[in-house]
Design a protein around this ligand. Structure first.
Ligand code: SF4
Length: 348
């Protein structure tokens, strides 16, 4: 594991406070993100982990205000960037922030790269949208950016089209576009999922190198806790639209508290163990239309579930230094003598 930035004293670059994001389905809104709060400090890498459908991507699209128009909506809470609430900014003001202060890369670059324009044109467009420089300067910067993300023959590739590159090279192009204006925050949504293992490792190394060189913060969204262990400082575990565990990476890996996190950890392939079949988590994440109104949303899949888990909604609370979890196993608010578990009880 790399050296971690675990300072809790910096002024936050991003503050997400009680975010509620809903989707309109058959005329009704259903929350896909429910009461999510966290901070990202300057130069910090925060991992957001959970299965598909846990709300990770909706949360990042909410920060960027890229929710599908007329369908997705921030229904409550605030997103503050450098202290300013950006969740209600006009499209024009948000366009000034996107690409310049906050950038985003996605799992599949072909959905973000335009197939009919050259790589160079698309990077230059990002630069010229935010900076008053000549086209010639923008082109020189594009070549230099492509070199910086490890693209060979950058002066030739700049005139090629996305379909002429491999998946790994396209992801490098996306990273070059995302860092073209030296953003303070990069949101990387499953940036390595579509790539083979060797290229995944190269892209993670590249992101870490750029983060250090540019003093940039990163929110790294992934379903893979192994990826989090590689480069993150802190981690948020999301389940069914809520944060269920939040800790520094070292603390989370040494001392996982939430049963969901524990199961995610058991699903990480390990080189030092001869395991033929990896653990899986039985059942599915509830859909946004079928979220239980009370109780723990993980109860129907949890190996440690108790009867109370169906009627009492767990709250995120401190379970150790720099470590919070939302699970009744650790809830200290039960009146004395009525706790549904013994002191010191832990996961099954
Ligand atoms: Fe499992 Fe209950 Fe904790 Fe939920 S609150 S994770 S069901 S033990």
């Amino acid at each position: 594991m790399s050296a971690k930035n675990t300072s809790f004293t910096q002024t936050p670059l991003l503050q997400v406070e009680n975010l509620q994001t809903g989707f309109k389905i058959d005329g009704d809104f259903f929350n896909a993100v429910e009461g999510v709060s966290f901070e990202v400090k300057r130069k910090q890498i925060v991992g957001v982990v959970g299965e598909s459908g846990c709300g990770k991507s909706v949360m990042s699209l909410s920060i960027m205000q890229l929710l599908p128009t007329g369908i997705g909506k921030i229904r409550g809470g605030e997103v503050k960037f450098e202290g300013e609430n950006i969740s209600k900014l006009s499209d024009k003001k948000m366009n000034n922030i996107r690409g310049k202060d906050i950038s985003m890369i996605f799992q599949e670059p072909m959905t973000s790269l335009n197939p009919v324009f050259t790589i160079g044109y698309q990077i230059e467009e990002v630069i010229l949208n935010h900076e008053k420089i000549s086209k010639k300067e923008a082109r020189l910067r594009s070549v230099s950016l492509l070199k910086s993300v490890g693209i060979p023959r950058a002066d030739k590739i700049v005139d090629e089209y996305p379909h002429q590159l491999s998946g790994g090279m396209r992801q490098r192009v996306m990273i070059a576009m995302a860092i073209a204006c030296q953003p303070k925050l990069l949101i990387a949504d499953e940036p390595t999922t579509a790539l083979d293992v060797t290229v995944q490792a190269q892209i993670l190394d590249l992101l870490k190198g750029i983060q250090e060189a540019n003093d940039m913060a990163i929110i790294l969204i992934t379903h893979d806790l192994g990826v989090v262990a590689e480069i993150c400082d802190e981690v948020l575990v999301m389940y069914a639209g809520k944060i269920v565990e939040k800790a520094t990476v070292d603390e989370l890996f040494n001392n996982p508290k939430h049963p969901y996190t524990d199961l995610l950890m058991k699903a990480i392939p390990r080189m030092d163990e001869d395991v033929e079949v990896l653990a899986t988590i039985d059942g599915l994440v509830p859909s946004v239309m079928n979220m239980p109104e009370v109780g723990c949303r993980f109860a129907n899949r949890c190996p440690s579930a108790m009867p109370e888990c169906l009627t009492v909604t767990p709250r995120l609370g401190e379970v150790a230094a720099h470590h919070e979890a939302a699970c009744l196993l650790y809830d200290e608010s039960w009146p004395e003598g009525t706790k549904p578990y013994r002191e010191g009880a832990s996961m099954a």
